[in-house]
Design a protein. Structure first.
Length: 185
């Protein structure tokens, strides 16, 4: 049960990371998360908690961004690839005027890197972060590491996270528990 001092972070659940023809798709495992993510989002909204959607954004062929050397161009602003996947897009459109639901741009793996997320969380007296989305071993993990160091309580929903391969999913879930002291549900 969520409380007012908690936030749900839905990390990078976009077409480029989830849809069948997304540029960096985690495929069927990521697509299967949609019902659980929507259920959690509704639960948090209905209980007066926060739903925050940190969302990757990139400029094509940016020579100054380290990911340009590692991954093909993805999550470009105003493209289909950056829209939320499946039912999350209409859910967000329906709730975007709720002051407790907001999306923001992030340009690094962690939702904290180069953003005002920590400041906003502290202003709202949020102490516990519930993490869902993709990729478990990249953006969800890097967000969790920064949250741990700040220090927030961390809850990760294994049925609402996915990544590119099953071994890395298992490794990341174990890392959340054994190294970051996170609760994995």
């Amino acid at each position: 049960m969520a409380h007012k001092n908690e936030a749900l972070l839905i990390i990078d659940y976009t077409n480029d990371f989830v849809a069948k023809n997304g540029v960096l798709t985690a495929g069927l495992p990521a697509q299967a998360l949609a019902p659980k993510i929507i259920q959690l989002a509704n639960q948090f909204v209905n209980q007066g908690s926060w739903v925050i959607l940190p969302t990757d954004v990139h400029t094509p062929h940016d020579p100054f961004h380290p990911e340009s050397k590692l991954f093909p161009t993805h999550n470009v602003r105003n493209t289909w690839g950056r829209q939320f996947f499946g039912a999350l897009q209409p859910w967000f459109e329906q709730h975007q005027n709720d002051e407790r639901v907001y999306m923001f741009d992030k340009t690094r793996y962690s939702a904290f890197a180069g953003t005002d997320l920590d400041l906003r969380l502290r202003e709202r007296k949020i102490t516990t972060l519930n993490l869902v989305g993709v990729d478990t071993d990249i953006c969800v993990l890097h967000t969790a590491v920064d949250a741990y160091n700040l220090p927030y309580q961390i809850i990760v929903y294994q049925q609402a996270t996915a990544t590119l391969n099953p071994e890395r999913q298992s490794w990341a879930l174990d890392h959340f528990k054994s190294v970051l002291g996170a609760t994995v549900l």
